[in-house]
Design a binder for this molecule. Structure first.
Ligand SMILES: [Zn+2]
Length: 85
């Protein structure tokens, strides 16, 4: 078993739009990305991951989640983050 932070591979340009490259992101951040942005928005505006990181809502989410204790990642349910929309 793999231990440590839960990581996902994110496609900055969605596979549905022909993207192949991936970046590694925490699962909780990955869910945030896709909750905030459609694949079309990702493809048209945020296929540059450095730009995605500056998205106001996502930057706010990252700043917030950094302050959580590590065990928070396992305990939280995604619905609790609705207030960030
Ligand atoms: Zn993704």
């Amino acid at each position: 078993m793999v231990t440590g932070p839960s990581l996902d591979e994110h496609h900055p340009l969605p596979r549905s739009h022909g993207g192949r490259a991936t970046v590694t992101v925490h699962k909780i951040c990955h869910r945030a990305i896709h909750a905030m942005l459609s694949e079309r928005e990702l493809a048209e505006e945020f296929s540059d991951f450095d730009k995605l990181r500056t998205h106001p809502m996502l930057a706010q989410f990252i700043a917030w989640v950094k302050k959580r204790p590590p065990e928070y990642y396992d305990r939280t349910r995604w619905s609790r983050s609705r207030r960030y929309k």
